[in-house]
Design a protein around this ligand. Structure first.
Ligand code: FE2
Length: 260
């Protein structure tokens, strides 16, 4: 007998599931459980149901990983790499934005010399990538990838184009809120952290099961940049500020924790 075809979830279904899990998470929080990281097993994020990690990461020899892990180009990071609007014959289409902030450790100290990489869709919500074939135009003047090193105060700064929202197939009529992907390299590939920055006031943010998989609303809000009018440049670009705080994973090894 053939299995009945499974109905594709609507946004209403997903929103109801997100709401139910938020109520449950708030109750856990009331009982003292803190959840600042995304839940790996988060059913409204349908496309991750069969592929989320179920076991803790394996501990591996970092030197061994470095022999075959990807590296990001053969050239040093150049100042122009932080300007995603440059390097093409013309200006990209869209709202020019400045995105800046500081990378800090859990004690508020700046993390200097840190490789920060970003990638994003263009103003129409389309990635310059073979797998993105949805019918929005590519921009010949925009690739959507950039990088820089943090300065002595832990600051980074990019000039780019505000990305558009884009459809994905998690459920029927699913749209990702506008976002920029961020990678922080650490001091070795095994320390790399990847996250996403969102924009304030985006109506799609609360509908999004990826953002909502961070069930603590305060922690989730930390992924949303602030509009900063002092950063905005007249006749040129609007400004967004977003600080990244690294906790736990960058702590210094301490004697007694691992000697033996
Ligand atoms: Fe994305």
């Amino acid at each position: 007998m053939e299995a009945a075809p499974q109905r594709v979830a609507s946004q209403g279904d997903i929103t109801a599931e997100i709401a139910a899990l938020a109520v449950e998470a708030a109750e856990y929080q009331r009982l003292g459980r803190q959840e600042f990281q995304p839940r790996l097993d988060y059913p409204p994020y349908r496309s991750s149901v069969l592929r989320h990690p179920e076991f803790p990461p394996l501990t591996v020899d970092p030197d061994e990983i470095e022999r075959w892990a990807p590296c990001f180009g053969h050239q040093d990071v150049a100042p122009g790499d932080a300007d995603l609007t440059a390097g093409h014959p013309g200006e990209p289409i869209g709202e020019r934005i400045i995105v800046t902030g500081r990378v800090l450790d859990e004690f508020g100290r700046p993390v200097t010399g840190q490789l920060v990489e970003i990638w994003q869709a263009n103003a129409s919500g389309r990635y310059h990538h073979q797998l993105d074939q949805h019918p929005a135009p590519l921009d010949p003047n925009f690739i959507g990838a950039g990088r820089c090193l943090t300065g002595p105060d832990g600051s980074y700064r990019f000039l780019t184009i505000k990305p558009g929202p884009y459809p994905w197939r998690n459920h029927f009529n699913a749209w990702r809120p506008a976002h920029i992907h961020f990678s922080l390299f650490g001091t070795a590939f095994t320390q790399r952290l990847v996250t996403q920055m969102y924009f304030p006031g985006d109506p799609l943010f609360e509908l999004d099961p990826i953002a909502s998989s961070i069930v603590d609303p305060v922690a989730r809000q930390r992924l949303v940049a602030e509009y900063d009018h002092d950063l905005t440049q007249p006749e040129y670009a609007t400004g967004y500020r977003w600080n990244i705080v690294l906790s736990g994973g960058r702590r210094t090894w301490t004697e007694g924790a691992d000697d033996g």
